[in-house]
Design a protein around this ligand. Structure first.
Ligand code: PLP
Length: 417
């Protein structure tokens, strides 16, 4: 008998894809600039996160306190049949979407912020520190730290800090301490401000400041994407979807998600790929950041500041300066090593979506489903719409991960749209 009790839908274990990859994952390496970048991880990551980063264990127990908080954050998130969109596209197959926008912070980022903050608090630190670009990750970190009874310090890219006052306010409301980066609170930040007092900042500089601050104050640093441990925490998305599909009596033919660093995509698709061996899998990226189609599969720096280790991944180069697109969360030069390997072997296909098709997809989705999706998630929706249009008569079941809502990104729409 299948249980439909909400809490029973939240899995007891996360899934780690690493032992199921077709080849052994190339290890992270120290880089030229920082000869002890791997050692650095030992001092700044919560110990449990570090252990999870390098484990070959396939399933990892979700601590009870994390499961309880997951329930408070809105888990399980809904898996919805998109009947309005099916009708609009005149599709005789099925379109389903997993809606991570239904979490309290409005995106999937909370799924990893919670365990990381709990692990840090259990080690006795009073504060965690991180950087944020568009603000979703800083928001998730701020509330997760409050839930764990500790503080969060967030270095927010200065230009976003100025342009997105609501994001800053939410972080502060959740108890986060937000500093525009570059700041005068770290040596790295001060050196940047010396070069340019009006420096707009960047994610790379934010990482540099957060890591320095964590080291100087003996705090723990929380990671928002790319790392194996983060994808493992995000597997909650795919594992819930698996149970929800079972309850619906449906099997997926196609999985679609968007890729910034790869955490929502990996978390959604990897558990489902394990269960449904022949499922077609498509990663949707921004045409302005074409990491899979124009990037190379090679060792590259995780961060622009070259502080963290190098990993083997698809990358446009750590110095790649992406255009300013609406989907701030997709402006990352690389993609998680496990995901990159599966793209390289051809198991996962990729599509680049332009801003115009994303805006169009967001409009269609809001009018047919009533959901204002995040611009990042708009890429996945655009790819799903394209897929359905070009496979009209195949009656497939297409499952899309909608990683967040876009209610704080409404400025991307013109008044007449
Ligand atoms: C709503 C949303 N979706 C997707 C992403 C991309 O990140 P990732 O590829 O790690 O899921 C972000 C990143 O900020 C985001 O906020």
């Amino acid at each position: 008998m299948l249980s439909t009790q909400k809490s029973d839908l939240i899995p007891e274990k996360w899934y780690n894809v690493v032992p199921d990859l077709p080849e052994q994952l190339p290890p992270p390496l120290d880089n030229e600039k920082n000869k002890s970048s791997i050692e650095l991880l030992n001092s700044i990551l919560p110990k449990e996160v570090l252990k999870q980063e390098f484990t070959f264990q396939r399933f990892l127990k979700i601590p009870d306190e994390v499961r309880e908080i997951y329930e408070q954050t809105g888990r399980p998130t809904p898996l919805v049949r998109a009947r309005g969109l099916e009708k609009y596209l005149d599709y005789s197959g099925k379109i389903l979407y997993k809606y991570e926008g239904a979490t309290i912070t409005g995106s999937h980022k909370i799924n990893t912020a919670v365990p990381q903050a709990i692990y840090a608090a259990n080690e006795g630190v009073e504060k965690v520190v991180t950087e944020t670009g568009a603000g979703q990750w800083g928001t998730a970190t701020s509330v997760a730290a409050s839930f764990a009874g500790i503080k969060a310090k967030v270095f927010m890219v200065r230009i976003s800090y100025q342009q997105k006052p609501l994001r800053k306010k939410i972080m502060q409301l959740y108890g986060g301490e937000v500093s525009p980066s570059p700041s005068d609170e770290t040596e790295f930040g001060r050196s940047m401000l010396k070069q340019n007092p009006d420096h707009p900042g960047s994610l790379g500089i934010g990482i540099g400041e957060a890591v320095e601050y964590a080291l100087d104050h003996n705090l723990r640093y929380l990671v928002g994407s790319v790392f194996n441990s983060v994808l493992t925490h995000q597997s909650i998305i795919g594992l819930e979807t698996e149970k929800q599909l079972e309850i619906m009596g449906t099997e997926p033919d196609v999985l679609i998600g968007c890729v910034g660093g790869g955490s929502n995509f990996g978390g959604f698709s990897f558990p489902l790929m394990k269960k449904f061996k022949d499922v077609e899998v498509i990663a949707s990226t921004a045409a302005e950041v074409p990491k899979f189609t124009k990037g190379e599969y090679k060792y590259d720096y995780v961060d622009t500041a070259r502080i963290l280790p190098s990993v083997k991944m698809f990358s446009l180069g750590a110095d790649f300066m992406p255009e300013k697109i609406y989907a701030g969360g997709l402006r990352y030069h690389g993609a998680a090593p496990s995901l990159s390997m599966l793209v390289n072997t051809g198991r996962i296909k990729t599509v680049d979506e332009s801003q115009e098709s994303v805006i169009e997809a967001l409009k269609i989705f809001s009018r047919t489903q009533g959901i204002v999706a995040a611009p990042e998630s708009g890429h996945a929706i655009a790819t799903a719409i394209d897929y359905v249009r070009s496979h009209k008569d195949e009656r497939k079941t297409v499952v899309v991960n909608v990683s967040g809502h876009g209610l704080l990104d409404m400025s991307i729409f013109r008044d007449d749209q």
